[in-house]
Design a protein around this ligand. Sequence first.
Ligand SMILES: NC(=O)c1ccc[n+]([C@@H]2O[C@H](COP(=O)([O-])OP(=O)(O)OC[C@H]3O[C@@H](n4cnc5c(N)ncnc54)[C@H](O)[C@@H]3O)[C@@H](O)[C@H]2O)c1
Length: 407
Amino acid sequence: MEGAIEELPSGPSTSGGPAGGAVAGRHPALRVAVAGTGFIGAVHAHAARRAGAHLVGVAASSAPSAREAAQALGAERGFDDAGSLVTAPDVDVVHICTPNDLHVPLAQAALDAGKHVICEKPLAVDADDAADLVRAAGAAGVVATVPFVYRFYPLVREARARVTAGAVGPLRLVHGCYLQDWLATEDDDNWRVDPERGGPSRAFADIGSHWCDLVEFVTGDRLAAVCADAVTAIPERVSAGGSHAFETHGRAGADGVRRAVTTEDIVVVLFRTRDGVAGSVVVSQVSPGRKNRLQFEIAGADATLSFDQERPETLWVGGREASEVVARDAAHLAAEAARYSLLPPGHPQGYQDCFDAFVADTYRAIRSGEGAAAVDGLPTFADGARAADITAAVLRSTRTGRWEDVS
Ligand SMILES: NC(=O)c1ccc[n+]([C@@H]2O[C@H](COP(=O)([O-])OP(=O)(O)OC[C@H]3O[C@@H](n4cnc5c(N)ncnc54)[C@H](O)[C@@H]3O)[C@@H](O)[C@H]2O)c1
């Protein structure tokens, strides 16, 4: 591989050492490029640089906006289009951060060109396409990951370690929610609302998929069947011509074009897991005041664990006799959680830190030469395809009104 030799921060390691600060050694800098420079493209670009990669370039919806974004994000150049970025000979790793409809063609082109790929969720808006990408990534022999980044909170790893160690006892109930409000009025618009760009499921594929991935990750169990109800609370929206995610300014107002909405704002899901555990999740993008409330609660025979991603520095551990709030402190966490604790207790870590850890782990897997399995808990294309299978079952259930098996 070409590229400058530079010292990399160690990042989360398979050896269980600290995740930041120390220098791992000398590695060729990975040459990476980011397609899509909106909300999450900028987060990826930051994480890539933090992990010591060389940011070759970015692509946006037009060549001029790519050049502008390249300057803002510190990339070497703006590509004319995403197609040329994913096949560029001087790029080792492609980050796909575009609207959903472009994930499959761009990921496939990148795999065909032999690139390692980080592709945003939903990996594909169709479950068969997602399965095809899993096969293509396997055949290409590259590392292919999906940013289910909530896995990278230290206290999520702590919850997983406690469930795995049996500290919670046999599981009985799993429930929670993922609530946002940035699409709560009819003036709120985004490409996600359009099924041609976002896919047939909006709220569930967009954020419900994160919740399901996280809960399956922590429990080690899998959703087996779902019974879902979907609501389109806002039947018409006023198009603002494609606002970026989470923007609540620049709305179209009275001059905007009204269009009918066919994707769901709210989904309520009952589920059963393969181990027979009962559960439910409420997903909404129209809950005023809720910005990014991903919360889960897992009740076993001996303890209950509750985690809220808006307060990610603590884990509530409920007990019949006494309950406690566990704060992030590497000295008192399981080793697999402590290695994601980058700062001393009382110095808060957050969402970008999760992204940094995810990207650093992906690069570590690439450099290991042993694939994604070399790094515990790295979400791969298989996990992206799993989310697509759950989304497909949820959509089927909303149509049939019956319980549907998750394949
Ligand atoms: N993992 C996470 O936590 C997380 C969080 C937010 C978004 N996402 C995912 O990231 C993706 C992007 O979401 P976002 O919130 O950043 O959206 P966004 O609207 O803020 O940004 C999308 C970007 O894609 C660019 N784009 C549009 N067409 C393009 C094209 N043909 N070629 C190149 N770029 C093009 C736009 O210019 C824009 O910069 C979505 O798939 C979303 O589901 C994941």
